[in-house]
Write a protein that binds this ligand. Structure first.
Ligand code: ADP
Ligand code: MG
Length: 366
């Protein structure tokens, strides 16, 4: 049985989300701004009601629009930690943490003991008597984590918990979350824009784009073999989406043909929706299309160039379907030899055996 199951639609926010999470699993949710990541957490936490749908936690129904069920946020067994720690300003750190057990009916003295334990767990014992105004961002976030845990939630929701922290505080909080999430085998959903968080904290990644979960899988599979434009961007690989024209050959909606190696057992029959993936390092830049097959020569207008260590990343203009332009990693010498510059028309040349063809994800239901 899944620990968490969400099927929910909110018309006015343009979201239609479908998600399952197993017990003890940590899911990282990534995606562009405005995609619906915070809305997903709000739906689970009971801060918004869907137009249609259900939210189940274990065998408890938290939201069911058809049955008229809506459990209020405080009774859900879910703790939500947001970007900015929302601590009560008039209470000390210890009293903030003790608030959670207190509101569950635990006695004053016992709550104080629990608060001390949780502050200890986040390495913030020495902050117990301070008011939030006298805490740094990282300290306040640690106290907020202690408070979230003191509520003994069945599910922990974290909305970009590191994004408001400075560069020294973020790694401390990340390490702490790693301990909390991994070693205590908690079930959690963490929204982040940072791939490091996904790598350090999560078992699985889901990518939300335009209100839909467009891709989900293990952190490894999404990074090595992404199927969505956003997944490809964070994984740093080139992706072209299209349909299979023939065996080993994909055609984009704008008529570019790419040949590659099909995923074994991938069922890439002609007409099937598919993606072509290749690494920017596998791309050579030419001024004229080479005659030698088996190579792909993709016409590209250079949009920008960036130096990364000893290579130069040449980025093509956005594709006609609006997806991110292709990237090629070439040497500085090649840039000089070919006189590459933004605005130039070139060919990105990539060998057939460097291109992987995979089935596209099925279109989201609904
Ligand atoms: P993300 O967290 O991925 O950046 P959000 O979940 O905040 O995205 O937003 C998803 C969509 O819902 C956006 O179109 C946004 O404008 C809209 N939205 C977010 N919060 C509210 C709100 N409180 N009321 C109405 N619409 C909202
Ligand atoms: Mg958000």
């Amino acid at each position: 049985m899944s620990a968490l199951s969400v099927r929910a639609r909110i018309e006015r926010r343009g979201v239609d989300l479908d998600l399952d999470l197993a017990d003890g699993e940590v899911l990282a949710v990534l995606g562009p701004n405005g995609a619906g990541k915070s809305t997903l957490l709000s739906l689970i936490a009971g801060l918004v009601r869907p137009d249609h749908g259900t939210v189940m936690l274990g065998d408890a129904t938290l939201t069911d629009t058809a049955a008229g069920v809506f459990v209020p946020p405080h009774a859900r067994g879910v703790a939500l930690l947001s970007q900015r720690p929302l601590l009560f300003p008039h209470l000390s750190a210890a009293a903030n943490v003790a608030f959670a057990p207190r509101s569950r009916g635990t006695g004053r003295a016992a709550s104080r003991v629990l608060a001390r334990q949780w502050l200890q767990a986040v390495d913030a014992e020495d902050l117990a008597r301070r008011r939030p105004a006298r805490l740094s961002g990282g300290q306040a976030q640690r106290v907020a984590i202690a408070r979230a845990l003191a509520a003994e939630p069945r599910l922990l929701l974290l909305d970009e918990p590191m994004s408001a922290l400075d560069v020294t505080a973020a790694p401390v909080v990340r390490r702490l979350l790693r301990t909390v999430l991994r070693e205590q085998s908690r079930t959690a959903v963490i929204v982040t824009h940072d791939l490091l968080d996904a790598l350090a904290l999560a078992d699985r990644v889901a990518i939300v784009d335009a209100g839909r979960i467009v891709e989900s899988g293990t952190v490894r599979s999404v990074l090595t073999s992404p199927r969505s434009a956003f997944g490809a961007r964070i994984a740093g690989v080139d992706l072209l989406a299209g349909t299979m024209a023939a065996t080993g050959s994909l055609e984009t909606p704008w008529g570019t043909t790419v040949s590659g190696i099909e995923e074994p057992g991938g069922d890439l029959h002609p007409g099937a929706a598919a993606v072509a993936l290749f690494r920017p390092a596998a791309v050579a830049v030419h001024l004229e299309p080479p005659h030698a097959s088996p190579r792909n020569a993709l016409p590209v207008t250079i949009a920008e160039m960036e130096v990364h260590g000893t290579t130069v990343r040449v980025r093509g203009a956005e594709n006609p379907d609006g997806s991110a332009g292709l990237a090629a990693d070439v040497t500085a010498a090649a840039v000089a030899d070919l006189d590459l510059a933004p605005g130039r028309q070139v060919y990105f040349v990539v060998k057939t055996q460097e291109v992987e063809l995979h089935p596209a994800l099925p279109a989201p239901a609904g």
